[in-house]
Design a binder for this molecule. Structure first.
Ligand SMILES: [Zn+2]
Length: 543
């Protein structure tokens, strides 16, 4: 089967200026670009539209949703043809009974469609996807939280040498199955219980097979600089290429710090370290409510143990106390001020602000709280903030996701235009409620707002950040670029028509202006609608 896209404005993913020409797709490959010679079976005139390589979502959590919802409409309708999954140290594999139990309470609500549970390894996950068929390509990281949980459980301590060896062995086995690197989520237990040395060791295993190290850092607010330093140290000592996930400066007191975090990235690159970031085009983040407010120690053991601690009055009082101390840490003031300012006085103000910028996005049972701020939720319940939040966590089995409006547009733009930043959605397609719009609108929003309206990026550079820059980092040599011989993952869109329709109030809306999407040559979106094609593959890194 040969299909000709003619009169295309070709933006080839390399960052080179757009040019007009034709693209001939033969089966799953791009056979010719520019002036074509082979006779096509079918011709599609795309006059007025851009043809680009299919977007590669550098930061996805769809591993949990794809087995149950393999058509991936929220992504494919944005023009995404490949997703990099198992980010932030969380993932649907590797797994054993303990890991399975960890995700059982929260995963259907937080991560989307219920599936048959977790998978033992990458091979099992890939087999499940490929049996059913999947509409996007999938490349996998190794979730450090799973590796740690599988070997040593939810314990807040250093691993023994036997446990270290077991973790390295499991990481090595996943790399041998074609994983493209290691991800950490250093705010999420049990991954957050790991020290730097433990991660260096595992990153070294990954680096030896050419994989990279992606990290949701320990702190994205008051200690974001120290966190970037830790990521760079791990890269330096392990030899792994580094990816700073959803690079940001969270919290009013930290706005502007991306000047310094990006300077650290620049300095590391100048010394020869291979380090990049990804970003989503929003000033709000999203995660589980428990990760925002509950101290790490309270997660030890299991999710059930967490719920027991929240129910026990004495333990709960300690949780509240430690949580407040942690909140004050987010508001660290510069230098000497921080040491002398009586910050305790400041706490009510801080909590007042936080309770108004954090919005509940998904719950298991009490859906009337979705879309409400923490302040509104507490008022509805007639409780004070902490009582309301902690009771809600108990009632909902801790499965509460929230959106936090804590970033500054200046930081988002500074990170986005940085030469080593690519685009990633950080989407987790929650089944319930009003999930963060980034899951549905990241790519059209960058093209509409930051390219067309604000002129922050040229179209060519924006597409490069969505395609070849990602493919190079992850190690997908024949994707992310339009050239003869590359895989035919393509998106056709109207740069003047593209429009993101997803919002915080009504997130589950697909964009306008994405006309056609091809995945491995299969016509998967036609005139803006999903065709039902499932031509995606699990992409394994050759080492
Ligand atoms: Zn994350």
């Amino acid at each position: 089967m040969r299909r000709l896209l003619e009169n295309a404005q070709i933006v080839d993913g390399t960052g080179a200026p757009a040019r007009t020409g034709a693209i001939l797709i033969e089966d799953d490959r791009i056979a010719e670009v520019g002036a074509t010679t082979l006779a096509p079976d079918e011709v599609l005139d795309v006059r007025g539209a851009v043809v680009a390589p299919g977007f590669i979502d550098m930061h996805s959590h769809s591993d949990f949703s794809l087995p149950g919802a393999p058509d991936a409409p929220e992504k494919i309708l944005q023009g995404v043809t490949t997703e990099i999954v198992c980010n932030c140290g969380l993932g649907i594999f590797p797994s054993n009974a303990r890991v399975e139990k960890f995700y059982e309470l929260i995963s259907p609500v937080i991560f989307g469609e219920p599936s048959a549970g977790c998978y033992e390894d990458l091979d099992a996950f890939a087999a499940a996807l490929e049996d059913r068929g999947v509409s996007v390509n999938v490349a996998c990281l190794i979730a450090h939280g799973n590796v740690r949980n599988a070997v040593m459980g939810m314990e807040e301590r250093e691993p023994t040498s036997t446990e270290r060896a077991a973790m390295a062995e499991l990481t090595e086995a996943m790399m041998a199955q074609g994983a493209c690197g290691l991800s950490t989520g250093l705010v999420y237990p049990p991954g957050a219980y790991a020290g730097t040395e433990e991660i260096v060791e595992l990153a070294r295993v990954v680096a030896q097979r050419g994989g990279y190290y992606a990290t949701h850092m320990r702190d994205e607010g008051a200690r974001v600089l120290e966190s970037v330093e830790e990521a760079l140290r791990i890269g330096r000592e392990s030899g792994a290429s580094v990816q700073i996930s959803h690079h940001k400066a969270a919290g009013r007191f930290n706005w502007g710090k991306t000047k310094r975090t990006l300077a650290l990235v620049d300095a590391a690159r100048a010394e020869g370290l291979d380090v990049h970031s990804d970003v989503y085009p929003y000033t709000a983040g999203s995660t589980v409510l428990s990760a925002m407010f509950v101290p790490l120690w309270a997660f030890e053991g299991s999710q059930h143990a967490l719920l027991d601690r929240l129910r026990d009055p004495a333990t709960r009082a300690r949780i509240v106390e430690d949580s407040k101390t942690r909140m004050l840490g987010f508001a660290r003031l510069p230098g000497w001020l921080d040491r002398w300012f009586p910050k305790r006085l400041f706490l009510p103000l801080l909590l007042r602000e936080l309770s108004r910028v954090i919005v509940i996005s998904s719950t298991k049972h009490q859906h009337h709280y979705e879309g409400k701020t923490l302040h509104e939720m507490a008022q509805m319940r007639g409780q004070d903030l902490y009582d309301a939040m902690l009771d809600l966590l108990v009632e909902e089995d801790a499965a509460v996701a929230a959106i936090a409006h804590v970033m500054d547009e200046g930081d988002v733009q500074r990170v986005m235009r940085h030469e080593a930043t690519m685009i990633g959605s950080d989407g987790f397609p929650q089944r319930e409620g009003k999930p963060h719009p980034r899951t549905f609108g990241t790519y059209p929003r960058v093209l509409e707002r930051y390219v067309r309206e604000l002129g922050l990026l040229t179209l060519e550079v924006a597409v490069h950040k969505m395609t070849q820059m990602v493919a190079d980092k992850v190690g997908l040599p024949d994707r992310g670029v339009i050239r003869e011989g590359a895989r035919a993952d393509l998106v056709v869109f109207g740069p003047e028509r593209i429009h993101d329709r997803s919002s915080y109030e009504d997130p589950k809306r697909s964009p306008d202006g994405i006309d056609h999407v091809f995945v491995n040559g299969a016509w998967t979106v036609k005139d803006g609608a999903h065709t039902g094609a499932r031509a995606g593959r699990v992409l394994r890194r050759a080492s």
